[in-house]
Design a protein around this ligand. Structure first.
Ligand SMILES: [Zn+2]
Length: 303
């Protein structure tokens, strides 16, 4: 169940003790192992258990490939490197400085998560500059005994990259292909601060240009119905963005607008799944945060 292709597998990190919220990718070969988005430090014990289960020792892990630096994807990286300083970390060049000095990133995340930061994510330790390789997209890199094409895929985050292994057809796309649990609703995660709808659409084209047979989503796992999935992502990006735009003209505070949006989204999801499944989506994407990310985007455009 957790195998994508020969040598490619993944681990359910059991975020907050719940299944199907955050997944980490593993690329294994006799020549070394790479991890794709190791997840937050709060899930490190689950990551280590998963690696053991896959027969991976830390001294075999040579690379960590980060799609972006959000805490649920990259949070454990510094903690891992403190114990295993031989590992090289690949990240978009705009993310490099935040990995070296995470203070600004943590301040921005604290605005969203407040006093829940530690419970949700745990430590975000800095990574030393010499262990980081900055990417811009367009590179071809070797990791875990494979060659990956790197594409710049902003929209969800301005420093987001995706990794494609042509030999298996698997594309590790982080959050750019949305949140989708159990082949259900495809929800675009749109938290602040750098949602960009035009760039996101271009990133979808970039992913399609690879003609991948599988998209690997951090939230959650492999998707093989690639084209319908991405079409649904774009539809729902339009739908949620129309809802946020309309709400900007409604009376009340942003707090009230975001709460109304969260309730509307909850109803929208309820039309497609059970209440427990809706709660699963909430774990991967706080619904009120999604309003704030899109509202920021539209207001920058003068709405
Ligand atoms: Zn993210």
């Amino acid at each position: 169940m957790s195998t994508l292709s020969h040598g490619l597998s993944w681990i359910d990190l059991k975020f907050l003790g719940r299944p199907s919220a955050i997944a980490a990718g593993i690329v294994q070969s006799p020549g070394g192992v790479a991890l794709v988005d190791p997840g937050p430090t709060s899930c490190l014990a689950a990551l280590e258990l998963g690696l053991q289960w896959h027969g991976v020792r830390w001294d075999e892990v040579r690379h960590i490939l980060l799609t972006h630096i959000h805490l649920d994807h990259a949070g454990a990286t510094g903690t891992i490197l403190r114990a295993h300083p031989h590992i090289t970390v690949m990240v978009h060049e705009r993310g490099v400085q935040h990995m070296v000095e995470p203070a600004r990133l943590l301040k921005s995340a604290t605005r969203l998560y407040g006093d829940q930061m530690d419970r949700l994510w745990g430590e975000f330790a800095p990574v030393s500059h010499e262990r980081l390789v900055g990417l811009v997209g367009g590179e071809r890199i070797e990791a875990g005994g494979r060659v990956f094409d790197v594409a710049y895929t902003p929209g969800h985050a301005s420093h987001h990259v995706s990794y494609f292994d042509a030999s298996s057809g698997v594309a590790f796309v982080g959050d750019t292909a949305g949140v989708c649990v159990g082949e259900g609703y495809v929800l675009p995660p749109t938290p602040p601060p750098d949602i960009d709808l035009e760039q996101w659409k271009m990133s979808v084209d970039r992913m399609l240009a690879w003609s991948p047979s599988t998209l690997f989503l951090t939230h959650f796992g492999p998707v093989t119905r690639v084209r319908p999935h991405l079409a649904e992502l774009l539809d729902h990006l339009q739908l949620t963005s129309d809802a946020v735009r309309a709400s900007l003209n409604e009376p009340g505070s942003d707090q009230e607008r975001s709460e109304r949006f969260a309730e509307w989204l909850r109803q929208e999801l309820r039309g497609h799944m059970s209440e427990a499944q809706v709660d699963g989506y909430l774990l991967a994407a706080g619904f009120r945060h999604l309003w704030f990310g899109q509202a920021r985007y539209w207001r920058k455009r003068g709405l």
